[in-house]
Design a protein around this ligand. Sequence first.
Ligand SMILES: [Zn+2]
Length: 204
Amino acid sequence: MAEHEHEHDHEHEDAEHEHPEEQDGDAEREAEQLARKRIALAQIRQFGDPVLRMRAGEVETFDEELARLADRMIALMHDADGVGLAATQVGILRRFFVFSQDGVDRVLVNPVITRRGGGVEIDDEGCLSLGAVRVPVERQLEVTIEAKDANGAEVKLELEGMPARVVQHEVDHLDGVLIIDRTDAESRKEAMAQLRPRLLLASR
Ligand SMILES: [Zn+2]
């Protein structure tokens, strides 16, 4: 799942003149971040890729390869400025995803949402596989999710608000479901208009 776009604050317009070196440092860091984001996004499957529509299978072996994959996905997620990334988004049809919960990176393997509560809320969501598309999606405010970690140990998380939204989004990915399937007809139409030129380019 994609993080909200950050609004930059330009209140201190004269800072440039006071600390020219710091400004250069900032600009360089921003350029590096952008480059890393582009490289990360190039490794994440984009809309139109059939793998995004497939259902992932259970993970049966908790080996080093799984742990390595999960570490790589956590790095990709951060580089891409995201808060969640499912295995299907990197072309791996196995049921696990990574997500960031209040600054803590987690790996959830064979996740199952075992409780939904707290009512529902509609909020805009983006997706690392859908470019700049953001659409309103209704999600449960509270969920309990049970899974294994990368070592096969049991994990049970009771989540509310943003982390609850993120895990619902990522579990959907493991079933081949995208946010455009969960939004209203009008928003879906707008999203498709935004995505169509990319599909035409990709098919050439
Ligand atoms: Zn997504």
